[in-house]
Design a protein. Structure first.
Length: 118
């Protein structure tokens, strides 16, 4: 079984930055895509960013494009989300996911809270 563990969340002021990490452990881990999703209170979970594990190709939601950057370190089985110019509307629980395609995610982390507030 694969486990994903997120870290790096916290409280930050508007305009600030955070870097989230997601490390995988367990049996042989070689997903096609890894991604970040988020869910704000009272809202549905939404896609944030994804990265193709082999090529490093990335894609970001329009709401975070230019502010967030996803990257990976395959040797460490870790994916990162660098979040800059944070806004209050970025407040949410952020989840890491790994999957067989960009549409199907088989493994999910437990989530890490990001709060953007003054």
């Amino acid at each position: 079984q694969v486990q994903l563990v997120e870290s790096g969340g916290g409280l930050v002021q508007p305009g600030g930055s955070l870097r989230l990490s997601c490390t995988a452990s367990g049996r042989t881990f070689n997903p096609y895509s890894m991604a970040w999703f988020r869910q704000a209170p009272g809202k549905e979970r939404e896609f944030v960013s994804r990265i193709i594990r082999s090529s490093g190709s990335t894609y970001h939601a329009n709401s975070v494009k230019g502010r967030f950057t996803i990257s990976r370190d395959n040797a460490k089985n870790t994916v990162y989300l660098q979040m800059n110019s944070l806004k209050p509307e970025d407040t949410a629980v952020y989840y890491c996911a790994a999957g067989r395609s960009v549409q199907v995610y088989d493994y999910w982390g437990q989530g890490t809270q990001v709060t953007v507030s003054s």
